[in-house]
Write a protein that binds this ligand. Structure first.
Ligand code: DOR
Ligand code: ZN
Length: 420
């Protein structure tokens, strides 16, 4: 393989942008010109950034390949700047055993685009009743456990599951939702749900479980991660618990930072997601926490669905936004362009932070490190449409819209994995 020289770019090194050439030699990064021939990439005006890690991707495989398959999800990932994704186990059947964890790891690697770090379920079949085969899943390569998509409502089972997961050194992630309270709600409960005459999901459906989880984590002294926190109140509870020394962490999604329940007034089912889009006061509060560096990670909650499913009326369409292709661009538009938060201040939330949470090796742009990075042009514009996104799930609210900022190239272990 030839060496690669990337010239005229600004490179994010140790949290600061530097104008320097970067080279790939033997799959590794170097800043001094290697011997031999190089393929040259002129990256004038572009940024070289450490590759991204998504802590929350709904894989759909096995069993729901009509929504997404391993070819399309790995394409969507590298198109979005991700070389690593953590898969959610709410597949069909749910990933609650070592055979499925093995399948996901091995089959996902076939495409040689990005790494898949599977989560297994906390309970068998994600039914919230009996514990899954955590020890064997860990041996097969699971990085964590979650019943995401659902929440374990029985506190005793949650405690036993956490103790068991902790024994095996598995990262524990919870989808905080009281299903009795959210019931048949389809969007945030408030003025908008009233206007639309649709059943709402009140914020307390999230916060009541966050409070319970904080108490369980405190009582057992076991770390716990709350995923896709959507409310100001939920984030406040977690921040207060952290101050008390409780080992609790949380992530937020790009869509909860970019959109609000008002967007549902369009009846566009691509805004239907769980937890639901909340109020602008929730959204701006979460953005403020990013400014203050108080959020632990950003996870996409990439949830692809087929067109025919999202074409149902709002109350019957499934929850979920297809996100991997566009997450970074949406974050750039929301956090940097709109809210003036420098990219170097938040990119760690989707690159080094999730890796650290899961106890994996960091991936930085440093001499001698594996060449895992992407090249992003902040000024280029592209149109999001059925052809320009690679996920099989075309269910993004950005569908048909122009977006500023484009991923030009993604490198994984020194190999150019995007463009294809
Ligand atoms: O919107 C969502 N979609 N939220 C979830 O928690 C699950 C996900 C899915 O699997 O479609
Ligand atoms: Zn979830």
């Amino acid at each position: 393989m030839n060496n690669v020289e990337i010239k005229n770019a600004k490179v994010l090194i140790g949290g600061k942008f530097e104008k320097t050439a970067v080279y790939i030699s033997d799959g590794r990064i170097t800043f001094s010109k290697p011997k031999g021939k190089s393929d040259i990439i002129d990256a004038t005006g572009a940024l070289v950034l450490p590759s991204l890690f998504d802590i929350h991707t709904h894989l759909r495989c096995p069993g729901q390949e009509y929504k997404e398959d391993l070819d399309s999800v790995t394409k969507a990932a590298v198109h979005g700047g991700y070389t690593d994704i953590s898969s959610m186990p709410n597949t069909s059947p749910p990933a609650d055993n070592e055979a499925l964890i093995n399948y996901i790891k091995l089959e996902g690697a076939v495409f040689k685009r990005c790494r898949i770090h599977p989560f297994g379920t906390l309970t068998l079949g994600s039914k919230g009743e009996r514990l899954s085969r955590m020890g064997l899943m860990k041996k097969a390569g699971a990085v964590g456990v979650t019943d995401d998509g659902k929440c374990i409502s029985n506190g005793t089972i949650m405690m036993r599951a956490m103790e068991y997961a902790d024994t095996h050194g598995l990262f524990i992630m919870d989808h905080a939702e009281d299903h009795d309270i959210s019931a048949n709600g389809v969007l945030n409960e408030g003025v908008v749900s009233e206007k639309l005459g649709l059943p709402g999901i009140p914020e307390i459906a999230e916060t009541i479980v966050i409070k319970r989880d904080i108490e369980i984590s405190r009582y057992l002294n076991i770390p716990m991660h709350i995923t896709h926190v959507s409310t100001k109140r939920g984030a406040e509870l977690i921040l207060a618990a952290k101050k008390d020394g409780i080992k609790i962490t949380f992530d937020v999604t790009p869509h909860h930072l970019a959109f609000t329940d008002e967007d549902c007034l369009s009846f566009d089912t691509n805004f239907k997601v769980n937890p639901p889009l909340r109020l602008d006061s929730d959204r701006t509060f979460l953005i403020d926490l990013i400014k203050k560096e108080l959020i632990d990670a950003i996870g996409t909650d990439h949830a692809p669905h087929a067109d025919f499913e999202k074409e149902y009326p709002f109350d019957r369409a499934p929850f979920g936004i297809s996100s991997l292709d566009t997450a970074f661009c949406l974050l750039y538009a929301t956090l940097t362009v709109e809210n003036k938060i420098p990219l170097e201040k938040w990119i760690g939330l989707i690159s080094s932070a999730p890796r650290k949470l899961l106890g994996l090796r960091p991936s930085e742009l440093e001499e001698g490190q594996r060449a895992n990075f992407f090249i992003f042009h902040p000024k280029n514009e592209w149109k999001v449409d059925r052809k320009t996104i690679y996920s099989k799930g075309k269910n993004t609210p950005l569908q048909g819209k122009k977006i500023k900022g484009e991923v030009l190239y993604t490198f994984n272990n020194g190999k150019m994995v995007y463009p294809f």
